[in-house]
Write a protein that binds this ligand. Sequence first.
Ligand SMILES: *Cc1c(COP(=O)(O)O)cnc(C)c1O
Length: 471
Amino acid sequence: MRYLSTRGDPARRSFCEILLEGLAPDGGLYLPERYPQVDAALLARWRSLSYAELAYEILSLYIDDIPAGDLRALCTKTYTPEVFGTREIVPLRRLEDGVYLEALSNGPTLAFKDMAMQLLGNLFEYELARRGETLNILGATSGDTGSAAEYAMRGKQGIRVFMTSPEGRMSPFQQAQMFSLQDENIHNLAIAGVFDDCQDIVKAVSNDLAFKRQYRIGTVNSINWARLLAQVVYYFAGYFQATKDETERVSFTVPSGNFGNVCAGHVARMMGLPIERLVVATNENDVLDEFFRTGVYRVRGSADTHETSSPSMDISKASNFERFVFDLVGRDGERTRDLFGRQLSASGRFDLSGDAAFAEAARHYGFASGRSTHADRLATIRDTWQRFGTMIDTHTADGLKVSRAHLQSGVPMVVLETALPIKFAETIREALGREPERPARLAGIEDLPRRVVVLPADTARVMDYIRRHCD
Ligand SMILES: *Cc1c(COP(=O)(O)O)cnc(C)c1O
């Protein structure tokens, strides 16, 4: 399997060549040259596999430069009941007839990002050892990504993590999760500023090519292909749990921000998994809902990006969306470059409403969408608690709310649960007037000793810190 860029660069790369990369050199995103196909017979065989075995089968269709035995061992080591809490890894819970929650949030940091990041940690460690190299991961987080990255990379050979976050702005639980890590290779840098300051610092450091090379700076952001690939697996696992045989179809609703999660669903569907609809659920930051309703993709400035009670979906543009649009326009790299490289940078928007391709988004690719607000979130959390005795988080509530407009009889609807309520306690208190449930292993983490340094929002100071902590 070779990988290409969505912007038409003729170069083709192997999986391990792009594993540690972000954007392709032409500014595009990596995708496989073709989607491997599964048929009913293969699905029937996969139905009885454990999650780790299923992950191996799917990954091996996309990765041909890691020996099979090694890849299998990496999957087995990653997806264990010890790390993810259950034997199923992503158990499906029935809420009512035809509506299910797929639990993706029982990993170490209680959000679905662990599903991919835990594998990425093991893949990075393996590949760096094979090359005899080391890597310093620099990131910016407002909560979920940074903690998932730190818990995936802690104690890994050859890897250090420098994670910036806006001082005092993450939820108390998220701060406790990250700052209580005592591993030598994890560095928490609380920046006196807002999330945008953190992102600007990461960008500035990454643009300093000499520094980047000398200190081997890398990232783990959501455009990384390996992260997306790891997420494809749980669409298969959800399908198998919601059906009895391969004649059945299933729909998924996905709480979406950067379009990484639902893009993995798109890949699964392109492989031939019988998915009826892929419903994109947004919060008040409805860039994606607007596109699927109107054909207009219009990125927002920071002034019109709302701070909401489902903060991990507070995006101004959806960084993985280009992957889907590339498929939508018939894998035309020139066209994709024009849309994302030229039109979007010139005017902040493009319009496919008059294009035959846009009509295909629903008909051929199964996409649908909807939007949820703070009031919807509260009502859905309350209703789910009262009727089913199930406590859901704010992002999952956005998904469940939007899914209700897209139910079809005879087609199970699987809503992806993307985080546990304890991460967003304030809104749970507002909705239910009670404290969220907390997994026993996380009792009292707020009281643990903390390892964090506070730095001003100054790129030079962050670079200096990195210099002093890389041998
Ligand atoms: C990251 C995140 C999302 C958004 O996922 P994307 O892949 O960016 O679309 C939704 N919910 C939670 C809890 C998250 O952490």
